[in-house]
Design a protein around this ligand. Structure first.
Ligand code: NAP
Length: 304
């Protein structure tokens, strides 16, 4: 079977594209890597800036978007995309997965991004043993314990605020002297059990009895080194796009983001990139959703 469209990814961009594509009467399927739709929004404790839904939980928002697509009868397949091939002089796009090959006349890549790793000693070895990339998933394991959050963006600030409600003490460790997080997120850090440690990088995650026991920190201005005891560390240093598998066909920027403008069109006609995996200035749920709508509209135009 050759579909009109394949959507790869089921975060806000992919789900919005699916809602628009269904309403446009296109034949398509959504391929999703995770067993649950929603993407990164599922791991966000609270979303303050999605219009009309102030303070909604990230998980709830992700579920609402999925329910919307379900209500329209969108088909989802839980499978990871591995490779893109262009066939019949560009008319057919073949998406290779671990099992099936799916063919369509157009594709929307909306795979978002994956967690950036710190790449320091102890990180890989202790992942799952005190190193986590998701405070809302793992925070409850650290009730009345001491944890550190590494990063200075909205995610790090949101995670630190979320963890402060259950942990004895939360260190927020940021490499610069100023947070990247927006003012509204910064305000949430004004809690007696949150200590912000500026100008500091983590050189090593230290092990104790097979689990995280502490961090070796270094002040980047003074070069002073110290160790702190923590039971867990939440890494929140941003994301990187998972686009390596199309590098030979589609144009990517130096950081791996799809080179697609506001039209979401890539360098291959009929292939679109929406959401956090696209080169853009503002990566938010609302801009991902907007991309999804624009991409679905672009597909309709392309197919006609
Ligand atoms: P981000 O904005 O890219 O911030 C990443 C942070 O990690 C920055 O402070 C950066 O430091 C730091 N960092 C990067 N690499 C590092 C390294 N190797 N070692 C130490 N620190 C490192 O990522 P994010 O906070 O995950 O946010 C991503 C996007 O999602 C943003 O657009 C954000 O606004 C959005 N978001 C929205 C919500 C919401 O609306 N509810 C919630 C969460 C996130 P520098 O500051 O020095 O670069």
């Amino acid at each position: 079977m050759v579909y009109d469209l394949i959507i790869a990814g089921s975060g806000p961009a992919g789900l919005t594209a699916a809602i628009y594509a269904k309403r446009a009467g296109l034949s398509f399927v959504v391929l999703e890597k995770e067993s649950m739709s929603g993407g990164q929004v599922l791991n966000t404790y609270e979303v303050d800036n999605y219009p009309g839904l102030p303070g909604i939980g990230g998980f709830e928002l992700g579920m609402k978007m999925r329910e919307h697509a379900d209500r329209l009868g969108v088909s989802f397949i839980n499978i990871e995309v591995r490779h893109l091939d262009i066939e019949e002089e560009g008319r057919i796009k073949a998406i290779y997965t671990d099992g099936e090959v799916y063919r369509a006349r157009s594709v929307i890549f909306a795979m978002g991004a994956k967690h950036r790793l710190l790449g320091i000693p102890g990180e890989k070895e202790l992942t799952g043993m005190g190193v986590s990339y998701c405070a809302t998933c793992d925070g409850a394991f650290y009730k009345d314990k001491t944890v550190a959050v590494i990063g200075g963006g909205d995610t790090a600030a949101g995670d630190a605020a979320f963890l402060s409600a259950m942990c004895k003490k939360v260190y927020l460790i940021h490499r610069r002297d100023r947070l990247r997080a927006s003012k509204s997120y910064e305000k949430k850090l004004d809690k007696p059990n949150i200590e912000i440690v500026f100008d500091t990088v983590t050189d090593e995650i230290l092990e104790k009895d097979g689990k995280v026991g502490g961090l070796r920190l270094r002040n980047v201005k003074t070069d002073e080194v110290c160790e702190i005891e923590v039971n867990g560390v939440f890494v929140a240093v941003g994301n990187v796009p998972a686009t390596d598998f199309v590098r030979d066909i589609l144009d990517l920027d130096e950081n791996g983001y799809f080179m697609a403008g506001e039209s979401t069109k890539t360098n291959v006609p009929g292939v679109f990139a929406a959401g956090d995996c696209r080169k853009k200035t503002l990566r938010q749920i609302v801009t991902a959703a907007a991309d999804g709508a624009v991409a679905a509209h672009g597909v309709e135009e392309y197919l006609s």
